[in-house]
Design a protein around this ligand. Structure first.
Ligand SMILES: Nc1ncnc2c1ncn2[C@@H]1O[C@H](COP(=O)(O)OP(=O)(O)OP(=O)(O)O)[C@@H](O)[C@H]1O
Ligand SMILES: [Mg+2]
Length: 263
């Protein structure tokens, strides 16, 4: 479904004189329908830069991104626009990714309106369905983001992404801003949605417990490059892994997901 070849992203240097930062250096990977590919790596290794380029939120400086047989990197914005609903981001900061003055109901309805799929007769019902799909009481539709918990807010962000009927979600640290007690619930929701809707995930996480729980394969970024891509169970056998991957495992350790968390 998603094919990334030799993706390269450069950021301007911090000062006018400093050299550009090569954040992503000829990165290649694939994500199949219904699959979760985790992208792991230390802070600054280029995970978010890769995500932004895959989503075409930031044009890559080199390489190709293919989605469902179309080369996104060859298209201009007007040709991309009708394809964008199929690949959606879910961000780390649940509050920051929602407009503070937009009620939940309107935040979820917005993609439908923008994409010309809003109908007065069925729209409200669709919004209620989407809220139910992510485990929220549709009555929360009246609320503003600051009237929700972090976990509820992240569920709204997911409902909003689902409104576009995507086939791929790009999740950049979707749990790390959340209280540990609600992380497992969101994680279960994501795996459940994948099963029900056949979604593909590009999952960025520094939390190896999360990665082990839901990834099928894991790509390890180090300094802008993928050092290896392995099946997720390989993380349990560090001896066979690349030294950088082992370092990452040792550095982050693996905690248990909160046992008291509600599904
Ligand atoms: N907007 C920017 N301008 C300049 N440099 C940037 C910008 N965004 C990222 N960088 C640099 O690019 C490199 C990769 O950053 P990126 O945010 O992609 O890493 P990351 O793996 O997502 O890190 P983290 O785990 O901390 O989120 C880093 O050296 C970072 O300092
Ligand atoms: Mg990042």
């Amino acid at each position: 479904m998603l094919t990334v070849r030799d993706l390269t992203v450069r950021h301007p240097g911090r000062t006018r004189r400093s050299a550009p930062v090569l954040a992503v250096d000829r990165v290649s990977f694939d994500v199949a329908a219904g699959e979760t590919l985790a992208l792991i790596g230390a802070s600054g290794s280029g995970k978010s830069s890769t995500a932004a380029a895959v989503l075409m939120l930031r044009r890559p400086d080199g390489g190709e991104v293919w989605f469902d047989g179309r080369e996104l990197t060859a298209l201009d914005e007007s040709a991309l626009r009708p394809l964008r609903p199929a690949f959606q981001p879910v961000f780390q900061d649940p509050y920051g990714s929602l407009s503070p003055r937009l009620r939940v109901r309107d935040a979820v309805a917005e993609p439908l309106r923008v994409q010309g799929r809003w109908e007065a007769g069925t729209g409200p019902r669709r919004v209620a369905e989407l809220l139910e799909t992510v485990g929220l009481d549709p009555r929360l539709g009246d609320r503003l983001p600051h009237e929700l918990s972090g976990g509820q807010c992240q569920r709204v962000g997911i409902a909003r992404a689902l409104a576009s009927e995507p086939r791929l979600l790009v999740l950049d640290e979707p749990l790390s801003a959340l209280d540990p007690s609600v992380q497992a619930g969101i994680l279960n929701l994501l795996t459940d949605l994948q099963d029900r809707l056949g979604l593909a995930y590009l999952l960025i996480s520094h939390d190896l417990a999360v990665v082990r729980h839901c990834a099928h394969r894991v790509a390890v970024l180090y300094d802008g490059r993928i050092v290896e891509t392995v099946p997720a169970p390989a993380l349990y056998e560090p001896a066979g892994l690349h030294p950088h991957t082992r370092e990452l495992l040792a550095a982050t350790g693996v905690r248990r997901l909160s046992p008291g968390a509600r599904p």
